[in-house]
Design a protein. Structure first.
Length: 172
Protein backbone atom coordinates (compact mmCIF):
# COMPACT_ATOMS: atom_id res chain seq x y z
CA UNK A 1 0.00 0.00 0.00
CA UNK A 2 2.79 2.47 0.86
CA UNK A 3 4.53 1.47 -2.33
CA UNK A 4 1.46 2.54 -4.30
CA UNK A 5 1.71 6.14 -3.04
CA UNK A 6 3.07 8.70 -5.39
CA UNK A 7 5.46 11.47 -4.38
CA UNK A 8 2.49 13.88 -4.33
CA UNK A 9 0.56 11.57 -1.98
CA UNK A 10 3.53 11.26 0.41
CA UNK A 11 4.00 15.03 0.31
CA UNK A 12 0.31 15.56 1.09
CA UNK A 13 0.40 13.08 4.01
CA UNK A 14 3.52 14.71 5.47
CA UNK A 15 1.91 18.14 5.12
CA UNK A 16 -1.23 16.89 6.94
CA UNK A 17 0.91 15.30 9.69
CA UNK A 18 3.00 18.46 10.19
CA UNK A 19 -0.17 20.57 10.25
CA UNK A 20 -1.60 18.38 13.04
CA UNK A 21 1.66 18.53 15.04
CA UNK A 22 1.90 22.30 14.64
CA UNK A 23 -1.77 22.75 15.58
CA UNK A 24 -1.33 20.69 18.76
CA UNK A 25 1.87 22.61 19.60
CA UNK A 26 0.07 25.94 19.12
CA UNK A 27 -2.81 24.83 21.35
CA UNK A 28 -0.33 23.77 24.07
CA UNK A 29 1.54 27.06 23.72
CA UNK A 30 -1.73 28.98 23.99
CA UNK A 31 -2.69 27.06 27.16
CA UNK A 32 0.74 27.66 28.69
CA UNK A 33 0.55 31.37 27.85
CA UNK A 34 -2.91 31.62 29.41
CA UNK A 35 -1.66 29.97 32.59
CA UNK A 36 1.38 32.26 32.72
CA UNK A 37 -0.77 35.35 32.29
CA UNK A 38 -3.18 34.14 35.00
CA UNK A 39 -0.29 33.56 37.43
CA UNK A 40 1.17 36.96 36.56
CA UNK A 41 -2.16 38.69 37.29
CA UNK A 42 -2.46 36.83 40.59
CA UNK A 43 1.13 37.67 41.50
CA UNK A 44 0.55 41.35 40.66
CA UNK A 45 -2.59 41.32 42.83
CA UNK A 46 -0.59 39.96 45.77
CA UNK A 47 2.25 42.41 45.14
CA UNK A 48 -0.17 45.35 45.00
CA UNK A 49 -1.65 44.42 48.38
CA UNK A 50 1.81 43.88 49.78
CA UNK A 51 2.83 47.29 48.49
CA UNK A 52 -0.09 48.95 50.28
CA UNK A 53 0.70 47.15 53.54
CA UNK A 54 4.41 47.99 53.20
CA UNK A 55 3.52 51.63 52.63
CA UNK A 56 1.47 51.73 55.83
CA UNK A 57 4.18 49.90 57.73
CA UNK A 58 6.86 52.29 56.49
CA UNK A 59 4.73 55.28 57.44
CA UNK A 60 4.06 53.98 60.93
CA UNK A 61 7.65 52.84 61.43
CA UNK A 62 8.76 56.32 60.46
CA UNK A 63 6.49 57.75 63.15
CA UNK A 64 7.68 55.22 65.73
CA UNK A 65 11.30 56.12 64.99
CA UNK A 66 10.52 59.81 65.55
CA UNK A 67 9.18 59.83 69.13
CA UNK A 68 8.69 63.60 69.20
CA UNK A 69 6.61 63.64 66.03
CA UNK A 70 4.76 60.50 67.11
CA UNK A 71 3.80 61.98 70.47
CA UNK A 72 2.89 65.36 68.97
CA UNK A 73 0.66 63.70 66.35
CA UNK A 74 -0.98 61.47 68.96
CA UNK A 75 -1.71 64.38 71.32
CA UNK A 76 -2.99 66.60 68.47
CA UNK A 77 -5.46 63.84 67.57
CA UNK A 78 -6.41 63.11 71.18
CA UNK A 79 -4.82 59.66 71.12
CA UNK A 80 -3.07 58.03 74.03
CA UNK A 81 0.48 57.61 72.61
CA UNK A 82 1.10 54.31 74.41
CA UNK A 83 -2.21 52.76 73.32
CA UNK A 84 -1.80 54.04 69.78
CA UNK A 85 1.71 52.59 69.61
CA UNK A 86 0.34 49.19 70.65
CA UNK A 87 -2.40 49.48 68.01
CA UNK A 88 0.19 50.18 65.33
CA UNK A 89 2.33 47.22 66.36
CA UNK A 90 -0.74 44.98 66.50
CA UNK A 91 -1.72 46.19 63.06
CA UNK A 92 1.73 45.17 61.76
CA UNK A 93 1.17 41.58 62.86
CA UNK A 94 -2.35 41.37 61.45
CA UNK A 95 -1.28 42.85 58.11
CA UNK A 96 1.67 40.48 58.00
CA UNK A 97 -0.79 37.59 58.33
CA UNK A 98 -2.96 39.21 55.65
CA UNK A 99 -0.09 39.29 53.14
CA UNK A 100 0.71 35.62 53.78
CA UNK A 101 -2.97 34.74 53.44
CA UNK A 102 -3.28 36.58 50.13
CA UNK A 103 -0.14 34.98 48.76
CA UNK A 104 -1.43 31.54 49.72
CA UNK A 105 -4.93 32.04 48.33
CA UNK A 106 -3.47 33.45 45.12
CA UNK A 107 -1.19 30.45 44.71
CA UNK A 108 2.09 32.32 45.18
CA UNK A 109 2.86 30.76 48.58
CA UNK A 110 3.32 27.04 49.14
CA UNK A 111 1.02 25.35 51.68
CA UNK A 112 4.02 23.94 53.60
CA UNK A 113 5.32 27.47 54.19
CA UNK A 114 1.88 28.68 55.24
CA UNK A 115 1.62 25.92 57.86
CA UNK A 116 4.92 27.03 59.42
CA UNK A 117 3.77 30.65 59.36
CA UNK A 118 0.45 29.71 60.99
CA UNK A 119 2.24 28.18 63.98
CA UNK A 120 4.24 31.38 64.48
CA UNK A 121 1.21 33.61 63.92
CA UNK A 122 -0.89 31.69 66.45
CA UNK A 123 1.57 32.65 69.19
CA UNK A 124 1.48 36.34 68.27
CA UNK A 125 -2.26 36.53 67.70
CA UNK A 126 -2.83 35.06 71.15
CA UNK A 127 -1.43 38.26 72.68
CA UNK A 128 -4.15 40.43 74.28
CA UNK A 129 -3.19 43.67 72.50
CA UNK A 130 -3.38 41.99 69.09
CA UNK A 131 -6.70 40.32 69.90
CA UNK A 132 -8.12 43.64 71.07
CA UNK A 133 -6.92 45.38 67.90
CA UNK A 134 -8.31 42.55 65.76
CA UNK A 135 -11.79 43.01 67.26
CA UNK A 136 -11.69 46.70 66.35
CA UNK A 137 -10.17 46.24 62.86
CA UNK A 138 -11.62 42.91 61.69
CA UNK A 139 -14.46 44.41 59.63
CA UNK A 140 -11.87 46.14 57.43
CA UNK A 141 -10.85 42.76 56.04
CA UNK A 142 -12.66 40.32 53.78
CA UNK A 143 -14.95 37.69 55.28
CA UNK A 144 -12.61 34.95 54.05
CA UNK A 145 -9.61 36.48 55.84
CA UNK A 146 -11.65 37.01 59.01
CA UNK A 147 -12.60 33.34 58.95
CA UNK A 148 -8.97 32.34 58.38
CA UNK A 149 -7.77 34.43 61.32
CA UNK A 150 -10.53 33.46 63.71
CA UNK A 151 -10.66 29.75 62.88
CA UNK A 152 -7.04 28.96 62.09
CA UNK A 153 -4.86 31.56 63.78
CA UNK A 154 -6.56 32.71 66.95
CA UNK A 155 -6.92 30.25 69.79
CA UNK A 156 -10.45 29.56 70.85
CA UNK A 157 -11.67 29.27 74.40
CA UNK A 158 -12.16 25.52 74.02
CA UNK A 159 -8.58 25.08 72.76
CA UNK A 160 -7.08 26.82 75.77
CA UNK A 161 -9.27 24.95 78.27
CA UNK A 162 -8.22 21.51 77.04
CA UNK A 163 -5.88 19.92 79.52
CA UNK A 164 -2.70 18.30 78.27
CA UNK A 165 -2.36 16.13 81.38
CA UNK A 166 -3.52 12.53 81.24
CA UNK A 167 -7.12 11.91 82.27
CA UNK A 168 -7.72 11.04 85.90
CA UNK A 169 -8.86 7.48 86.65
CA UNK A 170 -12.59 6.89 86.63
CA UNK A 171 -14.27 6.68 90.03
CA UNK A 172 -16.16 3.51 90.85
Amino acid sequence: MIADLSLNDVSTLLMALFTCVITVANILLWLATRRTIKLQVISNYSLNHQSIVNGHRDLFLGLLHQPGIFKQFAIANKLDPEKWELQIISSFFINHAFIHYLNFTNGTLDKAYLEGFKRDAQELLALPTIQTHWQAARLGYSAAFRTFVEEELMPTVSDTSISTSPPSPAKS
